[in-house]
Design a protein. Structure first.
Length: 69
């Protein structure tokens, strides 16, 4: 089983944010937005037609796949 660099909700959110910044720096996405709420962070990765809200898990795995390509 693959090791992930997170062990709780906050570290997952931080890793997703880190991957988002990395994807922007690599030019893979034009931008991303994080809305910080007390209980969770909500991620938005805009595309050409819309921007949907992503959970930290969805954002992490989507960005991990994008950066890994």
């Amino acid at each position: 089983m693959a090791e992930h660099p997170f062990h709780d909700q906050l570290s997952l959110e931080e890793q997703a944010e880190k991957l988002g910044k990395q994807a922007v720096n690599l030019g893979l996405i034009p931008s991303f937005v994080v809305h910080y709420f007390p209980d969770t962070w909500v991620f938005y990765i805009p595309n050409e037609s819309k921007s949907e809200a992503l959970t930290p898990e969805e954002a992490y795995f989507r960005l991990k796949k994008l950066v890994g390509q």
